[in-house]
Design a protein around this ligand. Structure first.
Ligand code: PHB
Length: 390
């Protein structure tokens, strides 16, 4: 246990007394710079908390090597190669951007290195490009947005304008929403994809949204882009006439206080909100806040559950790349989000989706849950799952 905590903190493990069991080398591949840097930090904090809390349940110890993807697919690919070939990691965890996941997919699949995805929702990684080595503990882009299309139509919304950054996640999140919204009879009256990591001024897009005749706007933005977008939407004076909806990353607890009152009234859907009223979530939220001083975000939970999945896999006896890959896809446990399991057909997590409104609370912005929608399992999307080869 002591050794696991020291390793999680990046301290010399040789100081600790040797313990029986395998030392598992973990490559943590996250953005520590760029527009998603705060997301990477929250994932890592959640990951380390789970190792501190549950590490003693396994004989294995965890030796962590961190690498910064910079949210740049070519940089991330180079870092993943270094982790696999030079550091010889047993498992990689992390990855925030769908673009980065797309870039490293063939490498981890070909090298047969297990990857626990702790954010990136790229649908293809658990669809047409699925792999027995890739297990996703976070969400898929379609999974978190399809329920919102149906739900918004049920609320009487008929015409929607959509906006998202122009990269894999932006396109797939919007596609998921559009699929169910149009299937229910809704109409998309306009759609734009904004240059990713480059758009500072959303004014021209907001002017188009206003002129489109939409009843509402549905968007995906995250990290620094979410903060700019929500603030500009509010200062443009659109919120009253053209209500803002989106996937919940838009108003993540990680940065909703940086958005402030501009985020009030925004309605979004996601697989986690810190106000979920269960014993498992309350105890996680308390421990996370005690450790970091922050309310846990979806990113923190994803890091926490990724480390728990790894611990569960080692408890089942996995020690090397092949046995870890095999065990990871079979994990199931109750986490802060509720009961989690991995769909064997795709290796994507199965989980409920919450619709929530951001409101001003006594201690800053908070979330009121409006609906809990049933556990969402992705369609197979062309995945032909092969067995892990030993
Ligand atoms: C993604 O690129 O898949 C992505 C990034 C940030 C999020 C969600 C998804 O908050």
């Amino acid at each position: 246990m002591k050794r696991a905590i020291l390793a999680a903190l990046g301290l010399a493990t040789s100081l600790a007394a040797p313990v029986a069991g395998e030392d598992i080398k973990v490559g943590l591949l996250l953005p520590y710079s760029g527009v998603y840097a705060a997301l990477g930090n929250d994932i890592e904090a959640g990951f380390n908390l789970a190792i501190a809390q549950f590490g003693s349940e396994t004989d294995a110890t965890f030796d962590i090597v961190r690498e910064d993807t910079e949210v740049k697919p070519p940089v991330a690919l180079g870092k993943a190669k270094k982790l696999i070939l030079q550091d010889k990691v047993d498992v990689i965890a992390g990855i925030v951007s769908s673009g980065v996941l797309g870039a490293v997919r063939d490498l981890v699949h070909g090298a047969q290195v297990p990857l626990i995805v702790a954010n990136a929702g790229n649908d293809d990684a658990t669809g047409s490009d699925c792999s027995p080595y890739i297990t996703r503990m976070s969400f898929s882009n379609g999974q978190v947005n399809r329920p919102m299309g149906t739900w918004m139509h049920e609320q009487g919304i008929r015409k929607v304008y959509t906006l998202a950054p122009d990269y894999a996640a932006g396109r797939q999140m919007i596609d998921g929403f559009v699929q169910t919204f149009t299937a229910a009879g809704g109409e998309i009256v306009g759609q734009e994809f904004t240059p990713f990591q480059k758009t500072q001024d959303f004014g021209p897009y907001l002017a188009q949204a206003k002129a489109s005749g939409a009843d509402a706007v549905f968007v995906f933005y995250a990290g620094g882009e979410a903060i700019s977008f929500v603030k500009q939407y509010d200062s443009f004076g659109l919120k009253a006439d053209l209500p803002l909806y989106g996937s919940g990353f838009l108003t993540s607890p990680l940065y909703v206080n940086a958005e402030g009152p501009a985020a009030a009234g925004v309605i979004t859907g996601l697989h986690y909100v810190p106000t979920i009223d269960t014993a498992a979530n309350r105890s996680f939220a308390e421990a996370y806040t005690a450790e970091t001083g922050r309310v846990p975000s979806e990113y923190a939970v994803q890091g926490y559950d990724a480390a728990r999945a790894l611990i569960e896999a080692t408890k089942a006896g996995a020690t090397d790349r092949a046995s870890l890959a095999d065990a990871l896809r079979q994990v199931s446990f109750e986490g802060p989000r509720g009961q989690l399991s991995i769909d064997p057909a795709t290796n994507n997590v199965v989980q409920p989706i919450y619709v929530y409104e951001t409101v001003e609370g006594a201690e800053g912005m908070t979330q009121t849950v409006l609906a809990e929608l049933p556990a969402e399992r992705d369609p197979v999307n062309g995945c032909q799952m092969a067995p892990v080869s030993n």
